[in-house]
Design a protein around this ligand. Structure first.
Ligand code: SF4
Ligand code: SF4
Length: 326
């Protein structure tokens, strides 16, 4: 009997939602599990690093890696999986573009540690201990991974063959990617396995989006109950659908929430946040400084709005720290 393709799942710095996305395959998960030989899946199975190291290079058909690369341990694992795998899939926004954990690039390691181990309102740490890579107590030595200053998207650390977008990727996107792999029908390497047009094209409200849109005002989602049958952007809600890759089925719009851009940019766009900012600037009709001030008040967190999923992969990558980034 022919050997089944070997598949690995691994998580770096992530919330666990991408692991849920695999489980969201529901009964299709059984079909996938039947068709492949899972050789690594830390959230569900007890494989060790030695098990992966013992495999010949290239023995794994495909590794699906989610999460932001933040720790030295993440780097070791993804480099090991790259060596052992014929194909690497960046799974979910964090691996694709840096993701929400990538917003930590607005701070450096010292600031993050100071807040989480000393100054945060729920911290009780009278001796001021912080994690260090080496630690000794009662004659025992412990090692922890190093925490870098900068969170990175997967392709900033290893070569990536395919990208599965989304925070997390919806089940149909995951299923299509796995089926394309199993049936040998993958597109050219480097492809993002989702739609090739902007989300607006699959949005049920697209017909109500005016061809020439000029906004006099912006609204924050908690300030209005949106009309269910009118383009959210036309209602003044900052919807990033015009600059976001389609393929999710307009999940957020169907829940009456504007798109925040988790599928990332279209193929020809280098910087998602810059494109979103530019798109907004082209449709606002603000005449004087008061209008502009009022609009800026409606975007209290510009980086978290336009670079919510993509700061590490953007042109700026992180807050400037005088060249010290690792
Ligand atoms: S801007 Fe948003 S609500 Fe309007 S058509 Fe595009 S995706 Fe739909
Ligand atoms: S509507 Fe936008 S934010 Fe929501 S799932 Fe789709 S791409 Fe992601």
């Amino acid at each position: 009997m022919a050997e089944k393709p070997k598949v690995a799942f691994y998580w770096c710095g992530s919330c666990g939602g991408c692991e849920e996305a695999v489980v969201d395959l529901a009964e299709d998960l059984l079909t996938v599990a039947e068709a492949v030989d899972i050789v690594l899946w830390p959230v569900a199975m007890d494989f060790k690093k030695q098990d992966v190291e013992a495999l010949p290079d290239g023995a794994i058909t495909a590794s699906f890696i989610n999460g932001t690369v933040r720790l030295s341990e993440h780097e070791e694992w993804v480099k090991l999986l790259r060596r052992k795998s014929q194909l690497v899939f960046a799974f979910g926004s964090c691996a694709h573009l840096g993701g929400i954990p990538g917003l930590a690039n607005l701070s450096n390691r010292e600031e993050i540690f100071r807040w989480y181990y000393k100054e945060g309102p729920t911290v009780h740490n009278p001796d001021g201990h912080e994690p260090t890579p080496e630690f000794r107590q009662n004659g025992y030595a412990f090692e922890l991974p190093e925490f870098w200053n900068t969170a990175r998207a997967l392709d900033q650390v290893i070569e990536v063959d395919y990208y599965i977008p989304g925070c997390p990727p919806p089940a149909h996107i995951v299923k299509d990617a796995v089926m394309a792999l199993l049936q040998g029908q993958l597109p050219p390497k480097g492809s993002v396995l989702a739609g090739s047009r902007a989300l607006c094209h699959e949005c049920p409200l697209n017909e109500t989006k005016p061809e020439k849109l000029l906004l006099k005002d912006l609204k924050r989602p908690h300030e209005v109950i949106p009309k269910p049958d009118e383009c959210l952007l036309a209602q003044g809600l900052l919807c990033l659908g015009p600059v976001t890759r389609g393929g999710c089925g307009a999940l957020c719009i169907n829940a009456h929430m504007p798109c925040t851009g988790c599928f990332g940019p279209l193929d020809h766009i280098r910087d998602f946040g810059a494109k979103g900012l530019g798109a907004l600037a082209s449709i606002v009709d603000f005449q004087d400084e008061d209008d502009i001030e009022r609009a800026l008040e409606k975007i209290p967190d510009p980086v978290g709005t336009f670079f919510k999923y993509s700061l590490p992969a953007s042109l700026v990558q992180r807050r400037n720290m005088g060249g010290k980034t690792s």
